[in-house]
Design a protein around this ligand. Structure first.
Ligand SMILES: [Zn+2]
Length: 522
């Protein structure tokens, strides 16, 4: 099976995604490591000079994957050698050129505003021109399935012209994402039968949530080339998610891909990170919750017999089982969590009952540990007599004042570190920020490595809304340093106190666990 990635082209057309040349090179390296066969690098055209820069620089990387440039057929009634778009593709000097052309008469008449015959001439002429320059050509049949539904013989005729003009691979595109898996299967099967010497491919969009299913049905019908993007990023609802497609191809269809599936989670989070998108916790195969077990019964059973609730061993996908501690959880979940953190506890350890009691008590006050592993780890450490006391906040104050000139916030924090008392003050963009800056200033003078810690998420939620402004709030903070992330929680009727708790735990956790990874629990 040929894996053709279009994260850098179709993915880059996604809402809120905008890769720089540097970003694209980074992703290309990762895709190459993963072992994809083709990387579609972009659409080199006169209006976007940075595309050409990418093609120039990627050549120096010495990647094994073939780099494809993407572009459209020549304009109606023009000579290919005079077509700027085609010439730009040649100028990019990629390893291969992917040309898309029209299959659907609606597009021919209303978008291109030309005749079906001229469209065929555009497809043939463009491919022959590119081929004459010695390039491998892949033909993307845009709107293939819509066109096939409308006029099957014309749709097949466009493919015949593309193939006979020299396209080695013909890719059937569900550009609107409108087709059903059964339709994709039927049409693909016919194309495979009619073009036994061609490699037939699939390019599916997810407008109906069927991109992965459609890709798999095409493979089952005999397609041997599949296109998609990492995490399914792409225009509108996105493309087929290669993570899902590759996972399924190997684990559900039994196709030997020759790639390391355990690299999928890393590639997925790498692309989220570079795209500046929040990872989807519920993403199949690689999401944070893909192997998370919450219910006490599930948690207990999955430890005894993993296949009872997991379709595959998470480690095959580079993931790990994740037991959530919640009010539904019992001793088994907590025990599994303690083991995950590295604490040596047995099921009948009397300390376990104490910890469970403490966790339930905190949950009663409004704490949620599902997304606050770092706070839970610290609760366990304290209950087990390991007191990670790198610093203590002795007192703090925040003053917010407003007037005609606007609102200002300043904070002072009094800390004790190694028997020494430190007092710092800072202004901030708001009370929590002022407090955080004062705290970091004081801590930074003792623990310089704390400057590596970034706050990457801050969320506040009211717990008992019926109390109005006197309601309790839950503050969740997510931290990041050295590529690792951790989350904490604080609960109080005072938003500053709740934030203080979550910040304090976050920095403590860094000093306890991240700064020195060798250090583990008791
Ligand atoms: Zn597309």
């Amino acid at each position: 099976m040929i894996i053709y990635d279009t994260t850098l082209r179709d993915g880059n057309q996604a809402f809120a995604v905008n890769f720089s040349v540097e970003d694209k090179l980074k992703i290309a390296r990762k895709l190459d490591e993963l072992g994809v066969h083709y990387i579609e690098g972009g659409w080199p055209n006169p209006t976007n000079p940075s595309e050409l820069e990418f093609f120039k620089r990627v050549k120096l990387e010495g990647l094994s994957a073939r780099i494809a440039a993407f572009g459209m057929t020549k304009r109606p009634r023009s000579k290919p050698e005079e077509d700027q778009n085609l010439n730009h593709l040649l100028e990019a000097e990629p390893d291969c050129i992917t040309i898309f052309g029209k299959t659907w008469k609606l597009h021919v008449a209303r978008v291109l505003e030309t005749t079906p015959e001229e469209n065929l001439a555009m497809i043939g002429g463009s491919i022959e021109y590119i081929k004459a320059h010695g390039y491998e050509v892949i033909y993307d049949a845009e709107h293939f399935f819509d066109g096939y539904k409308d006029d099957p013989s014309y749709a097949l005729e466009t493919l015949r012209v593309a193939f006979e003009s020299g396209a080695e691979q013909i890719v059937l595109c569900d550009t609107r994402g409108a087709s059903l898996p059964t339709e994709v299967f039927k049409a693909t099967e016919e194309v495979v039968r009619k073009f036994p010497r061609a490699v037939v491919g699939i390019h599916a969009h997810n407008d109906k949530g069927l991109a992965t299913a459609n890709s798999l049905f095409a493979l089952m019908a005999g397609a041997r080339h599949v296109q998609g993007t990492i995490n399914g990023i792409g225009e509108r609802c996105g493309n087929a998610d290669l993570i899902e497609v590759l996972g399924n191809a190997e684990l559900s269809l039994g196709i030997r891909l020759g790639i390391d599936l355990s690299a999928l989670s890393k590639v997925s989070s790498y692309v989220y990170e570079i795209a500046g998108l929040t990872p989807n916790d519920r993403q199949p195969f690689v999401g944070k919750c893909a192997f998370a077990h919450k219910g006490g019964v599930h948690g207990h059973a999955v430890l005894k017999c993993p296949e009872a609730y997991e379709f595959v061993d998470p480690s095959i996908l580079g993931g790990s089982r994740f037991i959530l501690v919640s009010s539904q959880a019992g001793r088994a979940n907590l025990l599994a969590k303690a083991k995950e953190f590295g604490y040596d506890l047995e099921r009948d350890d009397p300390r376990l009952a104490r910890i469970l009691e403490r966790v339930k008590e905190m949950e009663g006050e409004g704490y949620h540990f599902e997304n606050a592993d770092a706070t839970l780890d610290l609760v366990l450490a304290r209950s087990l007599g390991i007191d990670p006391r790198y610093f203590e906040i002795e007192g703090w104050r925040v003053i917010v004042s407003g007037g005609k000139g606007g609102v200002s916030s300043e904070s002072t924090v009094k800390l004790r570190v190694d028997g020494e008392e430190l007092l710092t003050a800072s202004e901030g963009n708001g009370p929590v920020n002022a407090f955080d800056l004062a705290l970091r200033k004081a801590l930074g003078s003792k623990y310089r490595e704390l400057s590596k810690v970034n706050l990457v998420g801050y969320r506040v939620r009211e717990i008992d809304v019926e109390h109005g402004t006197a309601a309790k709030v839950r503050v969740h903070i997510e931290f990041e340093a050295d590529g690792r992330r951790w989350s904490t929680i604080g609960v109080s009727t005072n938003i500053l106190e709740a934030s203080k708790e979550a910040l304090e735990d976050g920095y403590l956790y860094y000093l306890y666990r991240i700064r020195d990874p060798k250090r583990s629990g008791g």
